[in-house]
Write a protein that binds this ligand. Structure first.
Ligand code: NAD
Length: 529
């Protein structure tokens, strides 16, 4: 296959981009050098000036062009995504294209409203002032992405940052750089020059780009890297938003439709070959239905078409689960599964890697909370199943994790499901559905605990990249503020009375406050500096 080295003029070592299916080197990229960082940010700052002076409507018009381009090129985009990630075509269509264009359309329809100045009520005590909030651009934003959804997790933050008025410096994962694709999108649509720069490379490139002092870092990736990035950003006081790992619980009560629920568990656990931060990793099932749940899970998993066992090898679109993207992740999954088995877990289905990056869709039972497979993010096609007998136990098992990204609760009793959803420490919960919160572009998205912090998507997605500026407007005139200098015994006593009256729940507080205010006003007029 062709070899493309981006910026071949530097001495930095080449990084191989390999096919997850064949292991063949498809092309190479290079880390940037320290010398290149200055130019990248000079371009980003210049672009920022231009982007920030556009109206929101003008920026949205650019998003409309991107959306149109994505729709027109979706098969080409999917080809590239599948070649570099190894995911099934339908996974790519649904999670990379569908979710992305939906988010773009959401911003087309809602960005102007979310970024419009907001009026904020001004309390009577501040009469006749007025208060408002502006959402203003912040400067070049650095977006660093992982390899599991290289298109979705790039285009959505790009659009959020851009629509809010910022330029973006983007570093894709060195495993799935989608070389040239996003540049082509920007070129074909006439996207503002340098408003979106794609900078290839690995961790060293990421570190160098942080040293370039972006206005904000939007990072999606592992908790390990999130920690490193936050430490580095702390030296410059760069704000960071961290979208990190997960270990999602899938809680099932005994009143559910088992067929639908088990299908949900399988899709939630296996889509994108389990390499989803919000994948179902821990099924927590009521003891009454546990045997039937496990039996159905096994039977339905036998019918899944995966790279290890294809339903119809001649029909590529019927492939449910593709291969894993990176060798190190396949090894990690294998290590965790073997560790669980050696500590007493039972393999209900799967359990082994196949050729290359294939890994069998796997379910493990008889797992304990101490096992690594229950504690660590597996990020592969593996679901563990645990039993519970009471609501408290279900919640305790779900919360027994360093992560808190997403969860799902399944029950016909919606009050109970809601009660449980409120008790799970997490950023997102789907009730009687799975990975569903991400399906609504109006809902904010982000984690708690070691899954990170910050929220994007919905209105939060624009405000995450905005300087939220508070403005209070007063009238011009001769009137002095009651709380200004000079202070005096009399002023102290009047203010003390005003506070007690307004906040102490006194009857006719407003009338009394107006009386005290009038005295303070007289005092301010009589005595000023
Ligand atoms: P990773 O953390 O290894 O790498 C992510 C990106 O960060 C890559 O582009 C990498 O080059 C860069 N990077 C790594 N260390 C860096 C450093 N010190 N400084 C600057 N850049 C650095 O993650 P990954 O293996 O690509 O992705 C898998 C992880 O991402 C999983 O833990 C998964 O749960 C998480 N993830 C989270 C979300 C979410 O929305 N919360 C979404 C997708 C993936």
């Amino acid at each position: 296959m062709s070899t493309v080295v981006d910026k071949p003029t530097t001495d930095a070592p080449n990084i191989d981009v390999k096919s997850p299916v064949t292991g063949e080197v498809m092309y190479q990229i290079q880390d940037i050098t320290e010398d290149q960082v200055g130019d990248i940010y000079a371009r980003a700052h210049d672009a920022h000036q231009r982007v920030s002076s556009m109206t929101v409507a003008q920026r949205v018009a650019e998003v409309t062009k991107l959306k149109k381009w994505i729709l027109e090129h979706k098969e080409e985009i999917i080809d590239k995504i599948c070649a570099e990630t190894g995911k099934s075509r339908t996974d790519a269509l649904i999670s990379e294209i569908f979710n992305t264009v939906d988010a773009l359309q959401y911003y087309e329809q809602n960005a102007e409203k979310h970024l419009a100045p907001q009026k904020v009520p001004t309390p009577i005590i501040l009469f006749p002032k007025k208060s408002k909030v502006y959402f203003e651009p912040i400067g070049p934003v650095l977006v660093i992405s992982p390899w599991n959804y290289p298109f979705n997790l790039t285009v959505i933050p790009l659009v959020c940052a851009f629509v809010a008025g910022n330029s973006v410096v983007f570093k894709p994962s060195e495993y799935t750089p989608l070389h040239g694709l996003l540049e082509k999108m920007c070129e074909d649509t006439g996207f503002p020059k340098d408003a979106f720069q794609v900078i290839y490379g690995g961790k060293d490139t990421g570190r160098r780009l942080i040293d370039g002092k972006p206005a904000k870092i939007f990072f999606t990736g592992s908790t390990r890297a999130g920690r490193e990035i936050m430490k580095q950003a702390a030296d410059y006081l760069i704000p960071v938003e961290l979208e990190l790992g997960g270990k999602d619980p899938f809680i099932v009560f005994d009143d559910v439709n088992l067929d639908r629920t088990v299908n949900g568990a399988i899709w939630g656990g296996m889509s994108n070959c389990g390499q989803t931060c919000t994948a179902v990793e821990r099924a927590i099932v009521h003891e009454k239905i546990y045997p039937e749940f496990v039996e159905k899970l096994k039977a339905k998993l036998e019918n899944l078409s995966s790279a290890t066992k294809q339903r119809d090898p001649s029909d590529s679109l019927s492939l449910d689960v593709g291969v894993m993207t990176t060798e190190f992740q396949v090894e990690k999954v294998q290590e965790l599964v073997e560790d669980a088995i050696s500590n007493g877990a039972t393999v209900l289905v799967g359990g082994k890697r196949g050729e290359g990056h294939q890994f069998e869709p796997t379910v493990l039972t008889d797992v304990t909370p101490e096992m690594r497979i229950v504690k660590e993010e597996t990020f592969g096609p593996v679901i563990t199943v645990q039993k519970f007998s009471s609501e408290n136990e279900a919640v305790a098992l779900a919360n027994d994790s360093i992560y808190g990204l997403s969860a799902s609760v399944w029950s016909a009793d919606l009050d109970r499901a809601d009660r449980i959803a409120r008790q799970i420490v997490t950023g997102n919960v789907s009730i009687n559905n799975v990975l569903a919160t991400q399906g609504n572009s109006a809902l904010p998205y982000g984690g708690t605990k070691e899954s990170g912090f910050g929220r994007y998507k919905g209105s939060f997605g624009l405000h995450a990249f905005s300087n939220v500026k508070s403005v209070l407007v007063d009238k011009q005139g001769s009137m002095l503020e009651l709380n200004w200098y000079p202070y005096s015994k009399e002023k102290y006593a009047l203010f003390s009375k005003l506070i007690d009256t307004v906040y102490g729940g006194a009857p006719f507080a407003l009338v009394k406050a107006i009386g005290i205010g009038a005295k303070l006003q007289k005092l301010s007029k009589k005595k000023h500096l």
